[in-house]
Design a protein around this ligand. Structure first.
Ligand code: NAD
Length: 523
């Protein structure tokens, strides 16, 4: 999945439709100078945008969101062409969300950015009022992956704009037009230049980081995330990193196997498993593993995979040839190490299709368990119970999301305490990624970024302290210093230790010090 192997040729991006392998129209790569111009234009436009109220910003963005919903048919075709996503999947995951998600983000921003009044000790800070305001950072650079080329942008572009920033986005080289479709709808209603789009591969992403942005939001693989973190550190700017995952589902002995089978199938195969939060590994209690594997095998072999038209296919081809090769390599590795391919395990034979693949008797020696496969592949590890499952999950390199499947939800809550990951779901999986009010985050190689909720706002804003002094007299501890200043400090220290024998002197001393300072400066 490395972007160095991206589809670049000279000054254009090129690619093929994974469904029929027909090349799509090449997209020009943005020059380095034009990347800098995009950042400068965004900064200029943000000066005025920052001064607008949140309701005003929201109203304008809602106008764009409505037009995105009106035009949803266009995005279904675009993502199908660029990355092969099924039409119905595209409508659900890319077409349906722009307005609802915007409203969710507006609620988050409204609550989280309300001015905070800080109570100060009136003895130490007489007649002073203090506040914390969250101020926009300026221009946020967004570097995006290809798997959700529209919906994946909501969580960076919406909060960045709602909090008063400009944004410049570099879409994935595999989905340049799909992401541009979303951003162009915003550009149509926002001040000119506020939202910039720069096209290209990893080199353009690296240029964007060096082009004067004030923060970077990166979503992509762990290997690229590390490079982005280094580049951002060299620029002295913060980077939010949302990286890979190979999510685990833990199926307990009392799970409702009907719902569990349907849920695991959905979250392993939706978008052909090309989601950071896709279930890649199931830790199944030995007591129910045979029954679970039999049900999953039936489901996987009954679903229709391949490039066919809507209503004839459930699982789409994968997005690009390098992705397909990586999936095949992982499955072959599992076979070679003793994994039993119960269903699938080969190409569909048309386009970039790969059959839904179930591998039983998997373990951490295999890439399908240890690494991110990012395809329609599910590995089953049989375990003695949740304690073993959690121990094995916690030893893994990723920690994005984990789900527990059980009728005993109180037990699942206790188990959730013990697993190292950013999101835990009980009897469902990863759906919280679409809810702006909840944090989407990870541990370890899944990255330390937070997308979603008020906790994400530190990426887009920085706190600014404001203190307003209503006092008319100078302060008792200001220059010039003398013996009474020393005594004042000494008594204040004693007061903190509740040694109050000399405390009666404090009011007198305070008045005396103020008089001293005043008279000194009156001379
Ligand atoms: P990728 O790391 O190959 O590329 C991601 C983006 O980084 C692309 O736009 C690419 O051009 C750019 N890039 C590459 N090298 C760069 C560099 N040196 N400097 C700056 N930018 C550079 O990832 P991908 O294959 O596009 O996406 C799939 C990965 O994204 C998977 O690992 C998946 O788990 C992850 N992902 C994570 C989340 C999450 O929320 N954690 C969400 C979606 C996808």
């Amino acid at each position: 999945m490395s972007a160095e192997a991206g589809p670049m040729e000279g000054s254009v991006l090129h690619g093929v439709c994974p469904v029929d392998l027909v090349p799509w129209e090449p997209v020009p790569i943005t020059s380095d100078a034009a990347v800098s111009d995009a950042v400068a234009s965004s900064r200029l436009a943000a000066e005025e945008w920052t001064r607008r109220s949140l309701p005003d910003r929201q109203k304008i963005l809602e106008k764009a969101a409505r037009s995105l919903l009106e035009d949803r048919g266009q995005i279904v075709d675009l993502v199908r062409t660029e990355m092969g996503k099924l039409e119905v999947d595209a409508l659900f995951s890319e077409g349906l969300g722009p307005l609802e998600v915007l409203k969710g983000w507006a609620r988050v921003v409204e609550r989280a950015t309300a001015r905070e009044r800080i109570r100060l000790n009136p003895l130490s800070f007489p007649r002073k009022k203090a506040y914390i305001d969250l101020r926009p950072r300026g221009v946020v650079g967004v570097i995006a992956p290809w798997n959700f080329p529209v919906a994946g942008l909501y969580r960076s572009v919406y909060p960045a704009l709602l909090t008063g920033n400009g944004v410049v986005v570099k879409p994935s080289e595999y989905t340049p037009r799909s992401s541009a479709w979303f951003l162009e709808h915003l550009q149509a209603v926002l001040p000119q230049g506020l939202v910039g789009i720069v096209q290209g591969g990893g080199a353009t992403g690296a240029t964007l980081i060096r082009s004067g942005v004030d923060a970077v939001v990166f979503t992509g693989s762990a290997a690229t995330g590390r490079k982005v973190a280094v580049a951002a550190a060299e620029e002295g700017i913060p980077a939010s990193l949302e990286m890979g995952g190979n999510d685990a589902a833990v199926v307990l002995e009392d799970a409702d196997l009907d719902r569990t089978t349907a849920g695991l199938t959905q979250w392993a195969l939706q978008n052909s498993g090309q989601a950071c939060g896709a279930i890649e590994v199931v830790y199944a209690d030995r007591r129910i593993a045979d029954r679970l594997v039999a049900r999953l095998a039936h489901a996987f072999s009954s679903l229709r995979a391949g490039p066919g038209p809507m209503a004839e296919v459930d699982v789409s081809p994968v997005a690009h040839a390098a992705q397909l090769a990586s999936i095949e390599a992982h499955v072959e590795d599992a076979r070679a190490k003793g994994g039993e391919v119960v269903s699938g395990g080969r190409r569909t034979g048309e386009g970039l299709g790969y059959e839904p693949t179930l591998i039983d008797h998997a373990d951490e020696e295999m890439d399908v368990v240890r690494e991110e496969t990012f395809g329609p592949v599910l590995a089953v590890c049989r375990v003695d119970g949740p304690t073993e499952a959690i121990r094995r999950i916690n030893r893994g390199r990723y920690g994005l999301t984990t789900s527990f499947w059980t009728r005993d939800t109180a037990r699942a809550e206790r188990l959730a305490e013990r697993v190292s990951c950013g999101v835990v779901t009980v009897n469902n999986h990863a759906l919280t990624g679409a809810i702006p009010e909840l944090p989407w985050t990870g541990t370890k190689d899944s990255g330390f970024g937070v997308a979603g909720s008020r906790h994400a706002l530190s990426t887009f804003t920085r706190p600014r302290a404001l203190l307003i002094d209503g006092a008319s007299d100078p302060e008792p501890f200001w220059l010039p210093y003398d013996r009474s200043a020393w005594l004042l400090a000494d008594l204040l220290a004693d007061a903190q230790l509740l040694r109050l024998e000399r405390a009666w002197r404090l009011p007198i001393l305070l008045r005396e010090r103020v008089r001293r300072v005043k008279s000194f400066f009156r001379r």
